[in-house]
Design a protein around this ligand. Structure first.
Ligand code: IPD
Ligand code: CA
Ligand code: CA
Length: 284
């Protein structure tokens, strides 16, 4: 905070306080719009949806963040052209920023559109590429998951801790069905086919950020998905590691903002988990 640029424009709120405030305000507003959205369009594919609520929530979060930190960079899903290449380019253009907010205003838009009550607001702050604050808010359950680098992660005022399962056999995993039908979906399906018979069961709730928060809270043993974006993963990744878990790409390499094919777990099962994914990837 020594840099003059980092002096907040309004008040002296901490990064975490601004992240929490923005996620809660946006989440409350999103909840009032459940069942009331007025526009629905497709983005990258027939499975990639956007409503005016996604855009409105992102604008709200951007305005709140910029009121406090006008010199920080901002990467929000709705400010980026659809598709993996455009997402990569957008991240590259801001990745080295001193402070970068990485935001998914509604993670789980399909659920929001259908009234399936499992979606979240995901807000992360990265300092020189390293995530230092992560907030995932579920407005339906009013659950706010908060992590600060080196200080742990919390939900409902209690420290979150990953689960204890030691083997895939005892594990409950989650995954998603990616919107990219060309690369990510088929490869994810191969992982699914390989893992189903080896684990206790697999869920697919439809919000990557909330799945990551559930791994952090010990409600899931692990989560993986191919073809995600920085805004799906950044906040959840810090939640998981600050809760004692592990986050890598699907080959076991360390997580960073550019990771798109991600595996998160309680750590105990990680090696076995990633091994199955790697084998499924290469067994074409
Ligand atoms: C999607 C959700 C979903 C996952 C997709 C994501 P969106 O994000 O996280 O669970 O399977 O790959 O794109 O589009 O609702 O923000
Ligand atoms: Ca998302
Ligand atoms: Ca989204």
């Amino acid at each position: 905070m020594s840099d003059q640029n980092e002096v907040p424009a309004v008040g002296g709120k901490s990064f975490t306080a601004v992240a929490i405030n923005s996620a809660s305000k946006a989440g409350e507003w999103i909840k009032t719009k459940l069942g009331n959205h007025t526009s629905l369009s497709l983005k990258y594919s027939a499975q990639d949806l956007v409503t005016e609520v996604d855009k409105g929530a992102e604008t709200m979060i951007r305005n709140l963040v910029q009121t406090h930190f006008p010199h920080h960079s901002f990467l929000g899903e709705e400010g980026v052209e659809p598709g993996p290449e455009a997402s990569d380019r957008a991240l590259q253009s801001v990745r080295d920023a001193e402070y970068l907010w990485v935001v998914d205003p509604v993670d789980g838009t399909t659920n929001f559109v259908h009234g399936f009550p499992f979606f979240s607001v995901s807000i992360a702050l990265a300092h020189k590429g390293e995530v230092i604050v992560g907030v995932v808010y579920d407005p339906i359950r009013d659950e706010l998951f908060v992590a600060e680098k080196g200080k742990g992660a919390y939900v409902r005022g209690r420290r979150t801790q990953v689960s204890e399962e030691q083997t895939l056999r005892d594990s409950l995993l989650a995954t998603g069905f990616p919107a990219d039908p060309n690369y990510a979906l088929p490869i994810n399906m191969r992982g699914l086919q390989a893992l189903v018979p080896q684990v206790r069961n697999i869920r697919s709730g439809g919000s990557a950020a909330l799945h990551m928060a559930y791994v952090a809270a010990g409600r899931l043993s692990g989560f993986w998905e191919y073809g995600l974006n920085s805004w799906d993963l950044a906040a959840g990744a810090l939640l998981v590691t600050e809760s004692g878990g592990q986050v890598t790409d699907t080959k076991g390499n360390p997580y960073h903002l550019g990771v798109r094919h991600a595996a998160a777990s309680n750590g105990h099962i990680h090696e076995a988990f990633v091994k199955v994914l790697e084998k499924a990837e290469s067994d074409v």
